[in-house]
Structures are given as structure tokens and as C-alpha cells.
Design a protein around this ligand. Structure first.
Ligand code: F6R
Length: 610
């Protein structure tokens, strides 16, 4: 989704901003722009399409300045176009504004500004804010006050950065519902919507909270609330290395992240397994264990892939910790007036920690007094900071838009939470130790699946021209069927559906003929024989079958077109293994179709608008 980068300091801001925008490309966008102000000139360059296009234009113009802002836009109001791209300007082209989020009352604000004689060039909600700030500047307010007054009139969400020729020694940055961080350097400061954009320059960051506004100079910054109270912000140290943001020699981030999984899975459990006691050590939940155990029920809320991880969590917690669990789409939960109270624990799962729906659902659950726990990947993200307690998955930066390593790490953390709760209830020490033993072997098992990459690629070749796919699984493999189908559709644009295998006969079976590939996830568990019956039903109707089975399974092999074998593990950890071949299958099919796997059309990495 939209990205913000701003720079003020002694260096030329242009390459810094372009590089920062490139580091935000993974979030998904459709146009880009940059605005600079120096003593002589105020200049804006915008373009539809990629940052590389913007880069060409910027270097052709030989732009140079110590103050500038840049933006990648993901269209909400108005089509992707040069005129709708940010920065947006005031009438005399001396004020530049970039904005993430949505100004919900932009139409009524626009009406007032039109009456005052303001003219609008774009269809965006953002341009309204540029003119509104201009309106207050004309009333002789400072830039800081003008922005503050304007924001007080705005309903909706924003992360903004503003620069103005009249006060060229500062950037004004503000946030409500859309992430924004300041990067603190040596005689230079930065503003960004994501730490990835500034990590090459500084590891010192200040996270702005909702309703906060900052005046950023090259050598200092001051912060207030939009209601004009002064606040002192803490400077945090970010623990991230710049090479974690590179492709590391792989053709795509997605492939690197799939291949990263032995390490990311290991990092999710590193230092957290206490074998002798058969329990995990989760510092972020310390002091909250009893409240979670004693809560009436546990609700897992998330969106997309994280929602699929939540489904796995439901199966785990109910089976091993014996607690009632419900899984909610955060986007539904936030508007449903859910029956939640102080006796509930709600666990919010979000890779980015910034998903607008998940954040809003968390605010709602908090209002109702529930204990709110975050399972996030991005350290310092809003959900991580605003939850009562939480566990980081420590998967490392996930840049590919399609989530892969975050999913497996989310399941690792859900397994740890399950173990924590189960051991406090009925799970015996040997059973707890057995789970830990299996967890410790996950990395080598995932590694062995990854070694089949070439084989999986050869299978992908056989299915690349299919127009539809059905993914079927039962028990722990049902969420994997959903996730396999989602991976395929989002990066290859092939229509794919995931179903619980037994549901096939209630409808989807009508679709099956010799053109319909069906992917079965059929590991040896308590429903293995039932899944074999489902395989037979597809076979009888001439469907093409690819099955994910356990090593040593030679029964299914004789019934299907292709098999991919994965090692056996503890039942509840199965999804961590079975999803990996499905990630690779989707990846190879998308690459063979010549598609942009890291930035699929219309998708954004971090969905910070509704
Ligand atoms: C799919 C994908 C999305 C995200 C969803 C939630 O590959 O990445 O479905 O899982 O947008 O995002 P987070 O986990 O950041 O809240």
C-alpha cells in the first residue's frame, strides 16, 4: 500500500528518496512521485507506474536538494495516473503533501474550498488536505499550525509528510491510523511509512502514535498531539540488517522467503523451548498466562493468510489446551458488534502489524475489556505496540507480497502458545516434550522439502495452463488447502478454491472433469482413510490429482497423477510442512506465466485502508 519517504539534512535527498521508495515497492503501488524544495526551486515529478520510471525522469531533470518527500500511491480515490499521484500541491505550488490513508469527509471539505475559489486538479481525497493547509497558511499561521488546524477538520486516516517553500527548514509529519516513523540521523532526519525505507541510513527511530504531529528539522524534532499538547517521544533502536532486505541471489523475494523458512522457523522458536519442563518460554506473555487460561474463550482474529494461520491455531488450542476457540475475520468482527467481554482473550495475528481491519477489531475488543494479544512479525508495528501482550514471530522482513515464511512462523508461535496453555491444563510432561522434540526437527524437515524444488517445478510445468484448481484437505490440512489456493490465485491469477475435502460432495464435485486439477493434502492422520475416499471420488470423475503425502506412503501414489512427499511430524505441526510444496507450486506456475510474483496486480503488502 502507499509509501512515504521524506529527507532533510546536508545530503542530496533525491537518491535517498528514490532508494527509500524502492524499498517500499513491495507494499504494492501504481504510481510514484517526488517533490523537492531548495532555495531556488520547488519541483515535483510524478508518474504512473514504477519507481524506476520516476527515477529516469528525476535524473533527466538533474534534481538536487537537501529537502524532499517521495511517495508510492496505491489508488483509492481516482485511477492510477500521473495527476492523481502524490505529492499534491497548493495553488501557488509552494506546498507539497504526501498522504497515506483516506480522508473520509473530503467531499464536504472540498465543497467549502471550492467556494473559497480553490481549484482541484486530481480526483484524490489528498488534494483537499493540501488546499486546506494552504487555507490556514493564508490566515498567517505557521506551517506546523496550519497542518494541525487542517488535521483537526479531517475525518478518516492519514500518515502525511508536508514541505513548504515558506519554511524550508522542516518537514511536518503526522499520523492517524496509518503508520509513520521518524528516522533520527546525524545532522539529517527522515520520515517514512515503514522502517525498511530508512534502515540503510539510521537504526534510530521514533514511532509516531495516532493523533501525533512532528516538526522535523535536520538536527532536531519536536512532537505534539494534534490537540496541541507537547509530548516527549522515545527513540528506539531497530534491530534489522540491510542485507535482510535484499533478494540474496534469488530471482524473487518470494522464492528467497520460501527458502528462508528453515531459518525463519528456527528463529520463531529460538530460546523459547524449555525441554526439561516440556514448556515454552514466552516473555511477551509473562504475567498474562493465568488470565488467558481462565478466559471464557479465546478468539483468534486476522485477515488473509494470517486468518488461515488462525484456523490452524483453533484446531491446536482446542485439541491440546481444551479451550473453546473462535476464529474471526477481523474485517467482519470490527463491524459486527461482537459479543466480547473482559472474560475473553482475543489474539490478533498480523504479519505487518498494520492491517487496518485487524487494528480496528483490536480497538473494538479493547473497548469491550478483552485481553488483547498480538502475534506480529514487524517489530514496533502498531498492533504489536497497542496490544496488552504479545509474541513476535521473528520471521525477518517479508518483502514478497504473498505471505510465505510469516505463515509458517505464525503457526510455530501458535504451537508455542498452545503448548503453554496445554501444559498448564492437562498435557503431560512427556507429551509436552514430544511436541518440543518435533518442533526442533522442523527446520531439517522443511529443508528436505525445499530440496525437491526442481521436482516441484517439473510438476508445475504440467499444470501451468490450467484455468481452475481445487485444493482439498481435512483437519489440520484444511487451512493449508485454503492457503495453497490463496497463494496460487494471488500470484498466478488462476482461479483456485480451497475446501474441506469432505465438503466436496456438497457442491464443488459438480466442477470435476478432466480439466480440473485437484490438489489433495493427504498426510497420514486420523482422517487419512476418509481423504482416500475423496480422492477416489475425484478419480471416478477423471479429475487430475496432485497429492501432498507423507514419505513412505505408497498407497495414494498409485491412485493419483502426481505426488509430492513430505516428512511426517507431530499432527498439529503438519501445516508447517504441507504448505511448503504448495508455496513452491504457486511460485513456479506464476513465474512460468511470466508474472510479477513479488508484486502481483492490485495487491498490497500491508493493507492499511479498509
Ligand atoms: C496473502 C497475504 C494477505 C495477508 C493479509 C493480512 O499472501 O499476504 O492475505 O495475509 O493482508 O496481512 P497481515 O498479516 O499483515 O495482517
Amino acid at each position: 500500500m502507499c509509501g512515504i519517504v521524506g529527507y532533510i539534512g546536508d545530503k542530496n535527498c533525491v537518491p535517498i528518496i528514490i532508494e527509500g521508495l524502492k524499498r517500499l515497492e513491495y507494499r504494492g503501488y501504481d504510481s510514484a512521485g517526488i517533490g523537492i524544495i531548495n532555495g531556488k526551486e520547488c519541483k515535483v515529478i510524478k508518474t504512473k507506474g514504477k519507481v524506476s520510471e520516476l527515477e529516469k525522469l528525476v535524473y533527466k531533470e538533474k534534481l538536487e536538494s537537501n529537502l524532499g518527500i517521495g511517495h508510492t500511491r496505491w489508488a483509492t480515490h481516482g485511477e492510477p495516473s500521473t495527476v492523481n499521484a502524490h505529492p499534491h500541491l497548493n495553488k501557488d505550488k509552494t506546498l507539497f503533501l504526501i498522504h497515506n490513508g483516506i480522508i473520509e469527509n473530503y467531499l464536504s471539505l472540498k465543497k467549502g474550498l471550492l467556494k473559497e475559489g480553490y481549484e482541484f486538479l486530481s480526483e484524490t481525497d489528498t488534494e483537499v488536505l493540501a488546499h486546506l493547509i494552504d487555507h490556514y497558511l493564508k490566515l498567517k499561521h505557521s506551517l506546523f499550525q496550519a497542518v494541525r488546524y487542517a488535521l483537526n477538520e479531517v475525518e478518516g486516516t492519514y500518515g502525511i509528510a508536508v514541505i513548504y517553500k515558506g519554511e524550508p527548514d522542516k518537514i511536518i509529519a503526522a499520523r492517524k491510523g496509518s503508520p509513520l516513523v521518524l528516522g533520527i540521523g546525524d545532522n539529517e532526519n527522515f520520515v517514512a511509512s515503514d522502517v525498511n525505507a530508512l534502515i540503510a541510513h539510521t537504526k534510530k527511530v521514533v514511532y509516531l502514535e495516532d493523533g501525533e504531529i512532528a516538526e522535523v528539522y535536520k538536527d532536531k524534532f519536536e512532537t505534539k498531539t494534534v490537540a496541541d499538547e507537547t509530548i516527549i517521544k522515545e527513540i528506539h533502536q531497530v534491530d534489522m540488517k540491510i542485507d535482510e532486505l535484499s533478494k540474496g541471489g534469488f530471482a524473487h523475494y518470494m522464492l528467497k522467503e520460501i527458502m528462508d523458512q528453515p531459518e525463519s522457523i528456527y528463529n520463531s522458536m529460538r530460546g523459547r523451548l524449555v525441554y526439561d519442563e516440556g514448556v515454552p518460554k514466552l516473555g511477551g506473555l509473562q504475567g498474562f498466562e493465568e488470565r488467558i487460561i481462565n478466559s471464557r474463550r479465546i478468539i483468534l482474529a486476522a485477515c488473509g493468510t494470517s486468518w488461515h494461520a488462525a484456523l490452524v491455531g483453533e484446531y491446536m488450542i482446542e485439541q491440546f489446551a481444551g479451550k473453546a476457540v473462535e476464529v474471526e475475520y477481523a474485517s467482519e468482527m470490527r463491524y459486527r458488534n461482537p459479543i466480547i467481554d473482559k472474560d475473553d482473550t482475543v489474539i490478533f495475528i498480523s504479519q505487518s502489524g498494520e492491517t487496518a481491519d485487524t487494528l480496528a477489531a483490536m480497538k473494538e475488543a479493547k473497548k469491550k475489556g478483552a485481553l488483547c494479544i498480538g502475534i506480529c512479525n514487524v517489530v514496533g508495528s502498531t498492533i504489536a505496540r497497542e496490544s496488552d501482550a504479545g509474541v513476535y514471530i521473528h520471521a525477518g522482513p517479508e518483502i514478497g507480497v504473498a505471505s510465505t515464511k510469516a505463515f509458517t512462523s505464525q503457526i510455530v508461535v501458535l504451537a508455542l502458545i498452545t503448548l503453554l496453555l496445554a501444559r498448564k491444563r492437562n498435557l503431560s510432561l512427556p507429551e509436552g516434550q514430544d511436541i518440543i522434540k518435533h518442533m526442533k526437527k522442523l527446520t531439517e524437515k522443511v529443508d528436505s522439502i525445499l530440496k525437491q524444488n526442481d521436482y516441484i517445478k517439473s510438476i508445475a510445468e504440467k499444470y501451468v495452463n490450467s484455468k481452475n484448481f481445487l485444493y482439498l484437505g481435512r483437519g489440520y490440512n484444511f487451512p493449508v488447502a485454503l492457503e495453497g489456493a490463496l497463494k496460487l490465485k494471488e500470484i498466478s491469477y488462476i482461479h483456485a478454491e480451497g475446501y474441506p475435502a469432505a465438503e466436496m460432495k456438497h457442491g464443488p464435485i459438480a466442477l470435476i472433469d478432466d480439466n480440473m486439477p485437484v490438489v489433495f493434502i493427504a498426510t497420514k492422520d486420523s482422517v487419512y482413510d476418509k481423504v482416500i475416499s475423496n480422492i477416489q471420488e475425484v478419480r471416478a470423475r477423471k479429475g487430475r490429482i496432485l497429492a501432498i503425502v507423507n514419505e513412505g506412503d505408497d498407497q495414494i501414489e498409485t491412485m493419483v497423477d502426481h505426488v509430492i512427499k513430505v516428512p511426517k511430524t507431530h499432527n498439529m505441526l503438519t501445516p508447517i510442512l504441507t504448505v511448503v510444496p504448495l508455496q513452491l507450486l504457486a511460485y513456479h506456475i506464476a513465474v512460468m506465466k511470466g508474472l510479477n510474483v513479488d508484486q502481483p496486480r492490485n495487491l498490497a503488502k500491508s493493507v492499511t485502508v479498509e
